[in-house]
Write a protein that binds this ligand. Structure first.
Ligand code: S3P
Length: 740
């Protein structure tokens, strides 16, 4: 027997839905040779032949073993042992065996009983696909397409056998994954076996009720959807539960305990517990389905390879409101969670970064409703009410989440691990770990002081005074948040003013913060009281439009309700120094933060030396300010901005590289860049997964000679989920690659 895949002879043993669909899918793919079939139910074999699901029927197991090279066991779990026993004397060394049963431990045990071991040419497998229908008549050649199949090879499994089985599954359109036998059985007990058990049980309970006809008559969509799988094959499921006893019993116990808690909550009128379970479940369900579809929290972040083609736009005109401030959105969740009472937030930024913070607090037991069109309701748990999360807190791309949480979590009784995506995993964390250790925190960072951060619980923090070596609002905020849990006073002095949202919002929650020039201090041991927060539009997002309108002739754009906290208005100050026509009006204070409408019109810009004191006040806006600089007469010089090198990307180098690709030369310096007026050509730029780089080059397209291709744009959703649509509304012409 050759065992080659180009013309292998496949024998499918068990011609139900699963085996029949496998045979049909292989025939449909047209990649294999003859397909034989056998089933103890003679009528199923005949039907399979008649329906051309198989090429030829075999009348016994010895018969199929003699004819086929690859034997596929598609029988119920309980039948595997007798089938193997009968096949054993007829197997050659060159045969390859595989199976499709839902419980792998039981199949491995059956093989050991028959052969004394799991033979090296036996590849255990399980397709995660099915239907409540059964029988070969229901066979569907597309059943496995885009579904997962789990193979559970061991170190002893023959490579050739594994390769052949992988190739067969790929031919059906399935995606092949590998895991160990025990892991497979635990995962399936939770994700497949338990739901089937609950569906069978629920239908049986209702069917047994006296008024069952009434119940079924009125049971609408929810009941039908939920119990669809109770129509599955009883014999198969009987086998599965008895074969995977230990793993199934474990999840039944966990589920029963949680169901008991819900019962108690309903009995006692405990709405808080119900809301907690329901909001967490809703978020988890949405999160999981997005993850399964390859999407992250935000539905726009669905492809890491998202490429946009920025065609030339026209004058930028309109009256718009950009999404909520990222920094304030993070802080609203953090302080709202630690407060006593219910905090209501409006204008919350539903971007990836702020959602990562929101998810982290849900993972620590906080009940958070929403977000629903910017509205979030946080049921605060008080300063000591957070619970240990079940696993590491995943913070995506968000440096703010990781650094601020590091401070806040240093004072908790439980340990946590903070992790993030590829970009966040490269960012420096010692800048917060070091001063936190001085306060008594026990923190480990990864290689070269980068994430993951492991924060040990139970440390008593003590207040310290810290002179910050860098102007960073994240470091300042981290220490103030740790200071809430420290004995005595924690004070920080910053070398230059940085955003003060933490100080302002703490005051809004009734916590005393002493601010005196560059010094901010808190005393530990106080409490936060719930409040209402109205998050204004993010000036960092507005910045793209301020530059867009400033550089595009004929532009006249109004941006509404923008946060104009003086620690954030560097972009307005710098653009005005360059000659921009920006009018700030309707100024008012909302919840302790200054807010205004901004009107910006086209004006010829001139190059400047950017004042050093403006650098921390415009730290996030430099990518787009570089585009303004390239459009300004003469030369623009930025220095004292080395921090830009450790943002979501090295923003000095990445911008210089992108500009170069568009024919614009620059002079890169360790702490800044020199840019001269030049025309922007067409080309392809990499944004390195950095949202602000992608959006900056989109702005460049307004004045470029021809199209700019912007690669790796998915992370725009971290701070500005609807950027592309909003930009197109006011004069941009941005299209995802592939769309005309
Ligand atoms: C932020 C502070 C800034 C900024 C970041 C948000 C904050 O970082 O770049 O986007 O919310 O505190 P640094 O404090 O590290 O400069």
């Amino acid at each position: 027997m050759s065992g080659k895949l180009d013309v292998p002879r496949i024998g499918v043993i068990g011609l139900g839905l699963i085996g029949g669909s496998f045979a049909k899918a292989l025939k449909q793919a047209g990649t294999v040779g003859r397909i034989y079939g056998f089933d103890t139910r003679a009528q199923e074999v005949r039907l399979a032949e008649k329906l051309q699901v198989i090429d030829e029927a075999c009348d016994s197991l010895p018969d199929i073993a003699a004819k086929a090279e690859i034997l596929v066991l598609a029988t119920p779990v309980k039948a595997i042992e007798p089938v193997l026993r009968e096949l054993a004397p007829h197997l050659e060394k060159s045969h390859i065996l595989t199976d499709m049963a839902s419980v792998k431990g039981a199949v491995a045990e059956a093989a050991v009983k028959v052969f004394g071991e799991v033979p090296a040419n036996f590849v255990l497998g399980h397709p995660i696909a099915g239907s409540e229908k059964s029988g070969v008549a229901a066979a569907n050649g597309d059943l496995y397409k885009d579904h997962k199949v789990i193979l559970t090879p061991t170190a002893d499994t023959e490579m050739n056998a594994l390769d052949q089985v992988v190739k067969l599954w790929r031919a059906t359109g399935a995606q092949v994954l590998m895991m160990s036998v025990p892991h497979h059985d635990e995962v399936l007990a939770a994700t497949s076996h338990l739901p089937h058990l609950i569906a069978f049980s629920l239908v049986d309970t209702l069917a047994g009720a006296d008024d069952n006809k009434e119940i079924f008559r009125y049971a609408a969509g929810g009941f039908r959807d939920f119990t669809r799988i109770a129509a599955s094959d009883p014999i198969m499921w009987h086998d599965i539960f008895l074969s995977n006893r230990a793993a199934v019993l474990k999840v039944i116990d966990e589920f029963s305990a949680d169901l008991g808690k819900l019962r108690k909550a309903i009995d006692q009128g405990d709405g808080e517990t119900l809301m907690g379970v329901f909001t967490r479940a809703k978020a988890a369900r949405e999160h999981f389905s997005k993850m399964l579809e390859g999407k992250a929290y935000d539905s726009n972040m669905n492809s890491q390879n998202l490429t946009y083609i920025a065609h030339q736009g026209s004058a930028v005109k309109g009256d718009i409101r950009v999404p909520g401030d990222k920094s304030m959105s993070h802080r609203s969740i953090m302080l709202g969670s630690l407060a006593e009472g219910v905090t209501e937030v409006e204008g919350f930024l539903e971007g990836e970064d702020a959602l990562a913070t929101l998810q982290a607090f849900r993972d620590m037991g906080v009940v958070i409703e929403g977000p629903d069109r910017g509205r979030v309701v946080i049921h605060g748990v008080g300063m000591h009410g957070l619970k240990a999360p079940h696993g590491p807190l995943y913070l995506g791309n968000s440096g703010t989440s990781m650094r601020l949480l590091a401070g806040l979590l240093s004072g908790q009784s439980f340990s946590v691990e903070l992790t993030g995506d590829e970009s966040l995993s490269k960012r420096p964390m010692e800048r917060v770990a070091k001063p936190l250790r001085e306060m008594g925190a026990v923190i480990e960072t990864g290689d070269q002081g980068r994430p993951p951060m492991i924060i040990k619980g139970g440390s008593q923090l003590r207040g310290v005074h810290y002179d910050m070596p860098i102007a960073s609002a994240q470091v300042k905020s981290c220490l103030l948040l740790a200071g809430l849990y420290a004995e005595g006073e924690t004070s920080v002095v910053e070398p230059a003013p940085t955003r003060d949202h933490t100080e302002r919002m703490l005051k809004g929650f009734g916590y005393d913060v002493a601010v005196d020039g560059s010094r901010a201090a808190v005393n530990g041991g106080g409490k936060l009281s719930a409040t209402k927060i109205d998050v204004p539009s993010d000036i960092s997002s507005a910045a793209f439009f301020l530059v867009a309108a400033s550089i595009t002739p004929g532009s006249d754009l109004t941006l509404r309700h923008v946060g104009i906290n003086p620690t954030r208005t560097g972009v307005i100050n710098i653009l005005r120094l360059m000659g921009a026509d920006i009018e700030v009006f309707n100024e008012k204070e909302v919840g302790g933060e200054p807010v205004a409408d901004i009107r910006v019109k086209y004006a010829p810009l001139k190059g400047i030396e950017i004042p050093q004191d403006q650098v921390p006040l415009a730290i996030d806006e430099f990518p787009v300010l570089f585009i303004a600089a390239v459009n300004a007469e003469g030369e623009t010089v930025l220095s004292g901005a080395e921090e830009l090198r450790v943002k979501e990307s090295d923003r000095i180098q990445v911008m210089a590289d992108g500009l170069k690709a568009l024919g614009v030369d620059s002079e890169v310096r360790p702490d800044g860049i020199v840019l001269r007026q030049s025309s922007i050509g067409s080309g392809s730029v990499e944004s390195h997964g950095d949202h602000r780089i992608a959006m900056a080059f989109a702005v460049a397209s307004l004045v470029s000679k021809s199209d700019i291709t912007i690669k790796d744009c998915a992370n725009v959703a971290t701070s500005f989920p609807n950027f592309w649509e909003l930009a197109n509304e006011v004069g941009f012409n941005l299209r995802p690659a592939g769309e005309v």
